[in-house]
Write a protein that binds this ligand. Structure first.
Ligand code: IPE
Ligand code: IPE
Ligand code: MG
Length: 245
């Protein structure tokens, strides 16, 4: 044991990732392994999410974005999509008591207009209800796709140019980031994906430019607070260079 040197499996609270992204994958396979319908995997996944948010908040993480439903997930059977939408509605309602009580700020990112009127209403309610909280900011990526987000940003900037508010050559990195759903939030430092898949699946293409990627074979419902702590420790043991030496 070396004094003054941090242990490899202990979190350094002075060097936390500011923003963690999570691609919560593997609910279906978790259920299949148990001979259960995919819906049971999604319910178990929602429980897992609550515990992880509580833990991330306790650790002192400032921002967390969790991928709950992608713009491509509409391709799934209608019954599964309906189940997921109901689960998300319940999650948002319940979060007003549980997570709001833990001082969590809840927001959603993604395109709202394709969601049901009921979900859109609940999103507004939950966002308003938690907006004054001062704990972790949780972005739920719901009907989210990075290409849709980037295209939207390009359209907004084109409008500004058309209206004479901006010159194309003056558009900056910050201007662009300011048109994304995550405006005023830091880039993702640590990206976690469960279930053994190692791809982005249209998640935060702009914001993960310099994120450290952390993959685990664990399926999302099996992902525990201690796994989150492990991911953060591993992140802290990596050398980030941002193109420098
Ligand atoms: C992630 O689990 C949840 C969503 C995409 C909504 P999956 O449903 O993708 O589970 P697998 O990948 O089929 O196991
Ligand atoms: C990504 O998982 C989307 C979410 C976790 C919500 P998918 O299961 O949809 O991704 P692919 O199809 O394996 O790339
Ligand atoms: Mg999947």
């Amino acid at each position: 044991m070396f004094f003054g040197k941090r242990l490899k499996d202990e979190i350094d609270y002075n060097n936390l990732p500011e923003h963690i992204g999570i691609i919560m994958d593997g609910n279906g396979r978790w259920a299949k392994k148990r001979g259960l319908p995919r819906s049971a995997g999604h319910s178990a996944g929602a429980e897992s999410l609550k515990k992880i948010i509580t833990e991330a908040n306790k650790i002192g993480i400032k921002y967390i974005t969790v991928y709950a439903f992608s713009t491509e997930n509409w391709k799934r059977p209608k019954a599964e999509v309906d189940y997921l939408m109901n689960l998300l509605l319940d999650y948002l309602k319940d979060a007003e008591n549980s997570l709001a009580g833990e001082n969590v700020v809840i927001r959603t990112i993604g395109s709202r207009k394709e969601l049901s009127a009921e979900i859109q209403e609940q999103i507004k309610k939950t966002e308003n209800f938690t907006s004054k909280n001062t704990g972790i900011v949780m972005n739920i990526a719901l009907n989210y796709g990075a290409r849709e987000e980037i295209l939207n940003a390009a359209r907004q900037l084109c409008e500004d140019v058309k209206n004479g508010k901006k010159n194309p050559e003056d558009i900056t990195d910050e201007d662009f980031a300011g048109c994304l759903y995550t405006k005023n939030q830091p880039d993702v430092d640590l990206l976690i994906r469960t279930s053994g898949e190692q791809r982005l699946s249209n998640f935060m293409l702009w914001q993960v430019s310099y994120a450290e990627m952390w993959f685990t074979d664990k399926l999302w419902p099996d992902f525990k607070p201690k796994d989150l702590r492990q991911a953060i420790c591993d992140f802290q043991n990596r050398g980030r260079r941002f193109g420098g030496v």
